[in-house]
Design a binder for this molecule. Sequence first.
Ligand code: NCD
Ligand code: ZN
Ligand code: ZN
Length: 434
Amino acid sequence: ETVSAEGLYVLPGAIDSHVHFRDPGYPHKETWKTGSAAAACGGVTTVFDMPNTNPPTGTLEALAMKLKAAESSYVDFGIHALFDDSTVATLIDLLDGGATSFKAFVGNTFGNLPAPSDGALLEGFETLAPLGIRTTVHAENSSIMARRQKHLREAGRTDPLAHLAARPAVAEIEAIGRIITLAEWTGARVHIAHHSAADSLYLLREAKRRGVDVTAETCPQYLLLNTVNMLDLGGLLRVNPPVREPRHNEPLWRALLDGVIDMIATDHAPHAPEEKTRDDIWECDCGFPGVETQMPLMLTEINGGRAAITDYVRWSAEAPARAWGLQGVKGVIAPGAHADIVLVDMGRSENLSQYRLQSIGKISPWHDRQVKGCPLHTMVRGRFVVRDGELLEHTAGWGQSIKPVQRMPPARVAHPDTTTRAITEPGAAEREAR
Ligand code: NCD
Ligand code: ZN
Ligand code: ZN
């Protein structure tokens, strides 16, 4: 069971805070086994799975089903449970049931889960703040998008750019501002999923400066693709939030380098080929696989001199380990702890092919793209799950929940006038003033 690491880089395995493994519910798109195999082959040793499965991960029964399905995983995993109006009163029960953290679909997306009301967001943040549990938010304003989409459809627009027109950057800016306001008031930790717009970066920068514990991810598609690619690829590249105009790419890179955006996630969102290739843009499912292509795509940029490999390690492993409190040996929060390792060949060139993906939903906008820098061997908790690029199938099921190594102190003291105080200590501020 030995491999030679001669000429290779030894990196911590990537921690992907945003994957949709579709299990239970959509086995024609992905399963835990195939999704986690894709992760392992992509150099990813820990994933966080999203709750828009069927049933959605918002009840103890659904959570148990997901944990059961995840028993076939090759890689370690966290489970983001659903945070909405129907679950907000049971968040602690869901944590006790094995959820790691939460996801709020503030913007409408695949699965059509209703957005939580602002009241429920405030309440849930109040519940989670003292526990230090981070809530990931799909931050797009559903009301803006629903009206836009209605008008565009009435006008007969079915072209690729109609998807972007229906989900303008202002929908993302507005939702991020709202989430930051509620997080600051309650002292809750929040995480902005798939940050795509240049115009909302100032909100993150200023909130971080004020001490709000807001983290953010962006994805390779927002760094490397834009509406020019949308014209070529059409529905295949339809994704929420949409890839935006070319002017957004560079500021996102700069935000990563400055630490305004903390990490790279993939939003791995596979769909079946027939669901991605319909003529009418509104009928194409949103999203595409990513967990297997993130590392080669990003390492290609590192090879091109855009950033140092240490920057990449910060984005792919260190920042997510910190954000979700993944403890290593003797309690130290550290990427690559427990020997979660990937060995990469920075000199190896490949032509990405969607047909070689482990993922079931193979249709990928990265098909035929030239990359340089590839993961070769992946080790999860000291054991190879991929060797010489080959998946070791007998290691299916080696993956475990990361819950036991996750310990987060409360984030920060809430605003002094926080709403819970008004409920539990009426007149406190007035007594203090007397
Ligand atoms: C995701 C999916 O298919 O589950 N799709 C997407 O376009 N990103 C949902 C999501 O993350 O919004
Ligand atoms: Zn989303
Ligand atoms: Zn997603």
